[in-house]
Design a protein around this ligand. Structure first.
Ligand SMILES: NC(=O)c1ccc[n+]([C@@H]2O[C@H](COP(=O)([O-])OP(=O)(O)OC[C@H]3O[C@@H](n4cnc5c(N)ncnc54)[C@H](OP(=O)(O)O)[C@@H]3O)[C@@H](O)[C@H]2O)c1
Length: 253
């Protein structure tokens, strides 16, 4: 039985990822920041036993090491890390360059880089060292974004943080391969999570669905299935990949 640490698993894609691993018989550590009730609901939804709940604000210095220590204590070991937590596009993080103040611009840039990139880097360091010390193979899967390739004109810090996360993961894929650890990423397009529900229900909804020739947006379960595949031993040879999950809405070369 493997131990799987999923960050940002209070809802949305993180919850679906946690559920997919638990359904396959793994033990899961559900990390969250502020939505305690939602995170407890994720835990309740997980089949099997031995799962753990971890609260931590990943923008705080030292939090990543503490989260990994708590996950190891709660699960016995960590074999898979899914870096999913993010400060994502929302009305609170909207920062179009032409209209936002410099103060607000700087604040959002720092929030997004702190959580989306630096926390993922620290978590990767801590899980990699735990695996190396144990002499165990393992897997890191980063939740990136289509926005890294297509651009995020109204959320440039988000696009930059995800492009950096993709690049960081590729460096780690090379650095950690000699230790039997694979590092991959998924780059989802628009996914129907709670955070996105008002956009999908509102005037933008048809346009968002129309971005894909399938005429719909993605589901958290589709992302979770890909993450579970990339964290399987038989996917080790995919290390270094960035898997597009965008319903052919954006074709990169
Ligand atoms: N949905 C999409 O359309 C889409 C598309 C491409 C990529 N993605 C990526 O997929 C991932 C999940 O997206 P989602 O839509 O499910 O997001 P979401 O509903 O906003 O969930 C974000 C998660 O990150 C956690 N988090 C936020 N700030 C944190 C902090 N400072 N410390 C620790 N945890 C923190 C949240 O915890 P709390 O709830 O407890 O605050 C929550 O569990 C993100 O990496 C996102 O960038 C999403």
């Amino acid at each position: 039985m493997r131990g799987v640490l999923v960050t940002g698993a209070s809802r949305g894609i993180g919850r679906a990822v946690a559920a997919a691993f638990a359904a396959a018989g793994d033990r899961v550590a559900v990390q969250y920041a502020s939505r305690r009730e939602d995170a407890e609901e994720t835990l309740r939804l997980l089949p099997g036993s031995g799962h753990a709940l971890i609260r931590s604000d990943l923008s705080e210095a030292g939090s990543a090491e503490r989260v990994v220590d708590e996950a190891v204590a709660g699960l016995g070991q960590v074999d898979v890390l899914v870096n999913n937590a993010a400060v994502a596009p929302s009305p609170a993080t909207h920062h179009p360059v032409a209209t936002v103040s410099l103060d607000a611009w700087r604040t959002v840039w720092r929030q997004m880089i702190d959580v989306n990139l630096l926390a993922a880097a620290d978590l990767t360091w801590a899980v990699a060292r735990h695996l190396i010390d144990r002499g165990s193979a393992g897997h890191v899967v980063n939740i990136g974004s289509r926005g890294a390739f297509r651009g995020e004109p109204e959320y440039p810090a988000y696009g930059a943080s995800k492009a950096a996360l993709h690049a960081f993961g590729q460096s780690m894929a090379v650095a950690l391969a000699p230790h039997g650890i694979s590092v991959t990423a998924v780059a989802p397009g628009f996914v129907a999570t709670e955070r996105q529900s008002s956009k999908l229900a509102g005037s933008q909804g048809d346009g968002l669905r129309g971005e894909s020739p399938f005429g719909r947006v993605g589901t958290p379960e589709e992302v979770a299935a890909a993450v579970r595949y990339l964290a399987a031993p038989e996917a080790t040879w995919a290390s270094g990949t960035i898997l597009d999950l965008n319903g052919a809405s954006h074709l990169r070369t």
